[in-house]
Each structure stands twice: as structure tokens, then as C-alpha cells.
Design a protein around this ligand. Structure first.
Ligand code: G3P
Ligand code: CA
Length: 240
């Protein structure tokens, strides 16, 4: 089976990342899934921003977690002359509701929040009545466990940027369903996908835009492939 295509930060090669326009374009391009990063505002709202600060992705300054939702909303998150509003998770949940598109939500972690973002994510999903379409992800095993404790029926990915000895075998802790290596790890150790499968874990790989990487993932039988350019990646996979 071909890997499912997950639009990383939306169709972020062609629209400003984490904007509604980027996600709408991804859906138009036939992405099977959407990926987003979430943080909490100072007053506890879930916003879709990758970095700890606003500098790279908006015309604002400051730390996301030190600003209220109203303050965060005063900035422009667009680029290349196309303005865009701050995206809040509720909007993205409304976008996927009633569709077949899966949503991969990665929680990011100011330490002082002590898993509050995972708790709030679980609450938001409950409020929206979403379960089977959602996959929670984190590089932090503690965060994945904290989420699993709150939402035991929602699938999870443990993201990996290194294959340390405890995960290199392909075995994951019981609260992680899928393994989430960066594609650079598979270039060095393609056998990791099979070892994970042997332990019952399918693989989600990020971020896969180049032809060689796309073909590597397809040949290894990767299940989910996160890409910034969903239409092009679909073409590289040989799908129409
Ligand atoms: O999909 C996982 C990937 O997004 C992790 O890296 O830095 O893009 O959040 P990052
Ligand atoms: Ca991410």
C-alpha cells in the first residue's frame, strides 16, 4: 500500500505555514492528513504555532506563551504579501470534522506548563467529538504518556530525531502506537521500519519532500509520510 500523505504545517511549501490557507490548499490537493504544532497562549488557548517565539512566522515579537490570545491575534501570520490570521486549533478541528482527513497534532512544550497542553488538547477533542481522525504526537515520551492518560482511545506517535539504543530495536513504550523517525534516520538505518513493524508499530516519517526520500519511504512500506508539498509528493509516489 502507498503511504498516506500528511501535509506538514499544511501545504507549507506554497502557503504560509500553520495558516488556514495552507490547510485548505492541502485538502484541495488531496492530502490524506494534516500536521500541525500547538502551543498554549498565556491565557490557555490552543494556537497553531511551531516556534517558541513569533519572530519567524509573523510580524510580531515575543514568546507565544507570554501573550494572550487577543495579543497573538493582533499580528499577521501570512507571507509574500498575503496576510493571514493566527490559526487556533478549534478552526482546524472544524475543518477536518465530517471529512476523511486525519489530523496529526504535535504538542510543543514550555516545561513550566507541565503537560497542560496535552490535557487541553484532550479536552478540545472531546468537546468537538473527534477521536478516530486524530493522532497526537510528541518528541517527549512524557507528553505522549500524559496525553494517553487523558485520552486512552486516541492514537499516538512518538517522534524521534535520534535512534537511541532504547528505541533502535523498534520497540516503543506501551502508550505509543506509531513510531515517528525523521527521514534522515531511515537513510542511515532503513531496517528500522521493519524492526518497528515486527514490534507492531507502523511508521510516520517527516519531512519527506525529495524524490529519493519519497521512494525510500515507499519501498520501506512507511504508512504515513509528512511533506510540505502534498501534490508534488503524490506525483513522486506515482499516484494521480
Ligand atoms: O511531523 C513531525 C515534525 O513536524 C517534527 O519536527 O520541527 O517540524 O515540528 P518539526
Ligand atoms: Ca511538527
Amino acid at each position: 500500500m502507498q503511504p498516506a500523505i500528511v501535509a506538514h504545517r499544511g501545504a507549507s511549501a506554497h502557503r504560509a505555514e500553520h495558516t488556514l490557507a495552507a490547510y485548505e490548499l492541502a485538502v484541495e490537493q488531496g492530502a490524506d492528513g494534516l500536521e500541525c504544532d500547538i502551543r498554549l497562549s498565556k491565557d490557555g488557548h490552543i494556537v497553531c504555532v511551531h516556534d517558541r517565539t513569533l519572530t519567524r512566522t509573523s510580524n510580531g515579537r515575543g514568546t507565544v506563551s507570554a501573550l494572550t490570545l487577543d495579543q497573538l491575534k493582533t499580528y499577521d501570520y501570512g507571507h509574500q504579501g498575503e496576510p493571514a490570521e493566527l490559526l487556533v486549533l478549534d478552526t482546524l478541528l472544524d475543518l477536518v470534522k465530517g471529512t476523511k482527513v486525519e489530523l496529526f497534532v504535535e504538542t510543543k512544550h514550555p516545561v513550566r506548563y507541565r503537560n497542560e497542553v496535552e490535557r487541553k488538547l484532550a479536552q478540545a477533542l472531546k468537546r468537538h467529538g473527534l477521536r478516530d481522525q486524530i493522532i497526537m504526537m510528541s518528541f517527549s515520551a512524557t507528553a505522549v504518556k500524559a496525553f494517553r492518560d487523558q485520552a486512552p482511545k486516541i492514537r499516538t506517535v512518538l517522534l524521534l530525531d535520534r535512534l537511541l539504543p532504547r528505541v533502535k530495536t523498534g520497540k516503543l513504550p506501551p502508550y505509543a502506537d506509531y513510531t515517528g523517525p525523521g527521514v534522515h534516520l531511515l537513510r542511515d538505518d532503513p531496517g528500522y521500519v521493519d524492526r518497528s513493524r515486527h514490534h507492531g508499530h507502523d511508521t510516520y516519517v517527516w519531512t519527506v519532500d525529495d524524490q529519493q526520500d519519497v521512494e525510500l519511504c515507499r519501498d520501506l512500506g512507511v504508512r504515513f509520510l509528512a511533506t510540505n508539498a502534498p501534490a508534488n509528493t503524490r506525483r513522486l509516489l506515482g499516484d494521480n
